[in-house]
Design a protein around this ligand. Structure first.
Ligand code: SAM
Length: 172
């Protein structure tokens, strides 16, 4: 199991990226996202998609990140911080897969320095700078070894039917 903690979100600059962090996490098997900022608009957009497309993804607004990490760990979870400065994902993902539940921290512009010390694993998806959305996607795919691509989303109001050309949807 995996849950996302999004830190460093800036209200006007990061709304689209944070929304995509949530949607990507949901699509690729995370069970929810804690947002360490106050942005009900972002929460509402993700919840809207989650309601229409099914499944049980949750989003929580305005979460104090230190408490979130402490409580996650107290409940037996492992804390993974995605950063270009971390250990190579290919070297540590096997060990991380053994953990029952993982909190995946992704930053925005710059994360507080303390996070590096608090995390159980600082993990790099390549040691090159790129994006939290891409980093999260590759991390979840490696964690679930591709099985997340077969996930089903129960109780959907809308479902897409795979189609060679064009768009096919069913509405319930
Ligand atoms: N320059 C910032 C810093 O030094 O903290 C990071 C900016 S980056 C646009 C935003 C987030 O993307 C980071 O906090 C990290 O979570 C993620 N990220 C970027 N490149 C990454 C990489 N190579 N591996 C893993 N995560 C990465």
């Amino acid at each position: 199991r995996s849950t996302i903690l999004r830190i460093g979100h800036r209200h006007d600059r990061d709304q689209r990226v944070t929304t995509h962090v949530g949607l990507t996490g949901r699509a690729l098997g995370a069970d929810g996202m804690y947002l360490a900022a106050d942005d009900p608009g972002v929460i509402g957009s993700i919840e809207g998609v989650a309601r229409r497309f099914g499944g049980s993804f949750f989003v929580e607004n305005n979460v104090p990140w230190k408490r979130c990490i402490r409580e996650f760990r107290e409940s037996g979870g492992t804390v993974v911080h995605l950063t270009m400065y971390g250990l190579r994902i290919q070297d540590v993902i096997g060990e991380i897969r053994q953990q029952e539940k993982v909190l995946v921290i992704v930053g925005a512009e710059k994360v507080p320095g303390e996070i590096y010390g608090i995390a159980d694993y600082n993990v790099a998806v390549t040691n090159q700078p790129h994006s939290e959305i891409a980093g999260l996607a590759v991390f979840l795919d490696q964690l679930y070894e591709g099985k997340e691509l077969d996930l089903e989303f129960p109780d959907a109001e809308i479902a897409v039917l795979p189609c060679k050309c064009g768009k096919e949807m069913v509405e319930r």
